[in-house]
Design a protein around this ligand. Structure first.
Ligand code: PLP
Length: 384
């Protein structure tokens, strides 16, 4: 019998605290933009008024697979793909759900801890999970035992490998050689590789789209909405062979059907801006680098917090050896207007490192001044 989807633990925490905490670092995205700031940020890269053009967008159903222009723009981020290899979805979540329903996996390899839907959706479809566990050392630095992972992939022969890269919540990024080894190990046993590239736009020193693991024969799901503080746009995509995408679209017709045309035009403008002077995203990327730098300096001076800034993406893990429970530390943080996401909300996908007593996911998307202030408050109130 197939399992039902279990409760999405993380969402309850986020829903309860994200709107009320002054320092909301429980979130996994950049600080949110309002429509005016998004349009103003993009505007220098366009010769027409975006505000006026937005007002003229027809609120009709968009084409089922997504607007052609947007599909072409997404295809250009995935060399080897073209328009027919792109399905526009309502967020990456929908892309992953629809794709896994088509792949009907029996055994799914996943980097763990994992964003919950990456393990729960396969489980609900009757698949077994093969965890490739990230470990943290005594300083709270994440490590991937790639040799062991490759051995597991070869011996356990999963039929699907969901490779979330950059990885939420460790912030791990692999270089080309490491990535090549992992993919080679999976593909050598006929395993289909699915890249979850939700944090791809924040994976290096340059404010660009970052690298993709897409090649014909593989699948990629992705978006830019977390990396740009625009999660409300609910834009996502799946890149893959056209036959699978058409079958996904057929199921999508029962769900969200088409994706909001306003979101699609805004997504198109974002991708076009990225290709031009990058007026909107480059400053956000600089903020990310700044927050990483602030954190690296701060963590060096801490005695009972342990962790590292993310190599990619907007989250990392912060561990404590303080004797207080995770709940008590969480409440003390909250009293000081800080929201960090307890790692227990990752459920049993988290092999919690025994050298620590509690841990939290910390987001790097706050405005740099606020991020710095939050870390100061944590020290001032002896929260460490
Ligand atoms: C790794 C990962 N995959 C998928 C998703 C789902 O993203 P979306 O909000 O686009 O549905 C998230 C959201 O945080 C995520 O972190």
């Amino acid at each position: 019998m197939k399992a039902t989807l279990s409760e999405f633990l993380m969402e309850d925490w986020l829903e309860k605290h994200r709107f009320s905490a002054r320092f909301n670092a429980g979130e996994s995205g950049h600080r949110s933009q309002n429509l005016a700031s998004f349009l103003a940020g993009l505007q220098p890269d366009f010769s027409f008024s975006l505000g006026e053009a937005l007002a003229e967008v027809m609120l009709c159903d968009a084409p089922n697979m997504g607007m052609d222009e947007l599909r072409v723009a997404v295809a250009s981020l995935h060399p080897g793909s073209s328009l027919e290899n792109i399905l526009i979805t309502t967020g990456t979540s929908e892309a992953i759900l629809l794709l896994l329903r088509q792949l009907k996996p029996k055994k799914v390899a996943v980097l763990t801890p994992a964003f919950q839907l990456l393990t729960e959706i396969p489980k609900s479809l009757g698949a077994q999970i093969l965890p490739l566990s990230v470990h943290w050392d005594e300083h709270g630095i994440p490590n991937a035992d790639l040799k062991h992972w490759c051995e597991l992939l070869r011996s356990e022969r999963p039929d699907v490998f969901i490779l979330n890269h950059p990885h939420n919540p460790s912030g791990l990024v692999f270089d080309d050689f490491e990535m090549g080894c992992l993919i080679e190990a999976a593909e050598s046993v006929g395993c289909i590789v699915v890249g979850d590239e939700h944090y791809r736009f924040l994976s290096g020193l340059n404010p660009d789209a970052g690298k993709t693991l897409y090649r014909p024969g593989r699948f990629v799901t992705g978006s830019f909405i977390k990396c740009t503080g625009t999660p409300g746009l609910r834009i996502g995509w799946c890149v893959g062979d056209s036959e699978t995408l058409r079958a996904m679209q057929s199921e999508k017709n029962y769900l969200t059907h088409t994706v909001n045309p306003l979101s699609q035009i805004l997504a198109l403008w974002f991708l076009q801006s990225l290709e031009r002077n990058n007026s909107f995203f480059a400053p956000l990327h600089r903020e990310w680098l700044l927050n990483k730098e602030t954190f690296e300096k701060w963590i060096k001076s801490q005695e009972s917090w342990f962790g590292a800034s993310p190599c990619g993406g907007l989250v990392s893990c912060l561990f404590s050896r303080h004797p207080s429970s995770e709940r008590d530390i969480f409440l003390t943080l909250r009293k000081n207007e800080i929201f960090l996401l307890p790692l227990s909300s990752f459920g049993d996908s988290f092999l919690f490192p025994s050298q620590f007593s509690s841990g939290f996911r910390i987001g790097f998307g706050l405005q740099p001044g606020l991020f710095k202030e939050m870390l100061t408050v944590m020290v001032r109130n002896r929260l460490s």
